[in-house]
Design a protein around this ligand. Structure first.
Ligand SMILES: NC(=O)c1ccc[n+]([C@@H]2O[C@H](COP(=O)([O-])OP(=O)(O)OC[C@H]3O[C@@H](n4cnc5c(N)ncnc54)[C@H](O)[C@@H]3O)[C@@H](O)[C@H]2O)c1
Length: 336
């Protein structure tokens, strides 16, 4: 049985679904701080609790006979991590420590960890291989890098197979119901602004990039979910101790995303230029050669697929929220 921590989150629901569809048995652990367990396949059990609670994790591992962990639970907003560093270190680093402790005590010897492109800082031409020195620019990025170090050291001492997947900018939806409902990432922030009739913010337009705005490598969440299934399959057949970049291998600027959002939504919105944010590197694009050559995985979707699927799912989740609040209002009136 596979344990997916944070499996009720945006990426976790896609990963759980991909693993379950490929015939794996999965149990999810999630504290529901932002998760939506109702979006998981019916056959997947959900155990509600925190990864910080090692005894709870050990109970779950024991109860479901877990033999591998996909550790996604964590906090991900780099700007929030600047104002709440202790919280981020506790959730992400202590969370990782607790997961590893539970695994070691119950002899679970395989783990896939959700790392991030945020471990890289600003690099000369913006393209990063796994060998590019990791110099994170935010507390969030530092928590992910520390987790990788911790994982590497504990795995070496305890004989654990491990893979750290450095996700680039994850977006899109694999299903109408599986929208990214958080508003920390660019694409949902743009959609939220469109809904409110506001102009979405572009943080800085004087970076050293062709149009002056930040460049990122956007990866469709279903491609990312498939990468997890590929890694788990590879772990079945050989010992592993690797870091992989998981991105498309090319970048899109913030203005490219704005134009793709105009096209997908059909709304001719305007944007506004705001101050650059601290800890936001100019350009971070994956060199994804290693995962392609070693495991045969590559991204299949482009930016238009990503933004249009994200918009469709966003529209469905907005309708569901409006219906629920109308029903809530009707009930409240009925109760008067
Ligand atoms: N979204 C991205 O672009 C991106 C990029 C790089 C890395 N990541 C990493 O991927 C992982 C998943 O991100 P996401 O976008 O799905 O975020 P998300 O917030 O949608 O999902 C995180 C899930 O973890 C759960 N959770 C949080 N703290 C927990 C705890 N202490 N114990 C148990 N469950 C807990 C939440 O309830 C939620 O369901 C995170 O570790 C994040 O850092 C995300």
């Amino acid at each position: 049985m596979l344990l997916v921590t944070g499996g009720a989150g945006y990426i976790g629901t896609h990963v759980t679904r991909a693993l379950s569809t490929s015939g794996r048995e999965v149990v999810v652990v999630d504290d529901l701080s932002s998760g939506h367990p109702e979006l998981l396949p019916a056959e997947v059990p959900v155990e509600v609790g925190s990864v910080l609670d090692t005894d709870f994790l050990m109970d779950v591992i024991d109860m479901y006979d877990v033999d591998a962990v996909v550790h996604l639970a964590g906090w991900k907003a780099f700007d929030e991590s600047i104002t709440r560093p202790s919280y981020y270190y506790r959730q992400n680093v202590h969370g990782m420590q607790s997961v590893l402790a539970a695994m070691v005590r119950l002899d679970v010897r395989r783990i896939v960890f959700s790392s991030s492109a945020a471990v890289y800082g600003t690099v000369d031409d913006g393209t990063v291989t796994e060998e590019t020195p990791a110099i994170p620019e935010s507390p969030y990025g530092r928590t992910k890098l520390i987790c990788e170090w911790l994982l590497r050291d504990v795995a070496a001492a305890e004989g654990i197979d491990w893979v750290a997947l450095r996700y680039f900018n994850v977006a899109g939806a694999g299903d109408m119901k599986l929208a990214d409902r958080g508003v920390h990432n660019l694409i949902p922030r743009v959609f939220q602004a469109i809904d409110r009739g506001e102009r979405p913010s572009v943080f800085g337009d004087t970076y050293d990039t062709p149009d002056g705005t930040c460049i990122r490598d956007y990866i469709h969440v279903t491609d990312l979910a498939d990468a997890h299934a590929t890694v788990i399959d590879a772990m079945d057949s050989a010992p592993m101790a690797s870091v992989y970049n998981v991105g498309c291998g090319y970048g899109a600027s913030v203005l490219d995303v704005m134009r793709a959002a105009q096209q997908a939504s059909g709304v001719p919105f305007d944007w506004q230029i705001d101050e650059p944010r601290a800890g936001d590197p100019a350009s971070v694009v994956a060199d994804a050669t290693r995962i392609r050559t070693e495991l045969g995985w590559k991204a299949r979707h482009d930016l238009d697929d990503i933004v249009s699927s994200a918009w469709e799912a966003w529209s469905v989740s907005r309708k569901a929220t409006m219906t629920a609040s109308r029903q809530g209002a009707a009930l409240a009136v009925g109760a008067l």
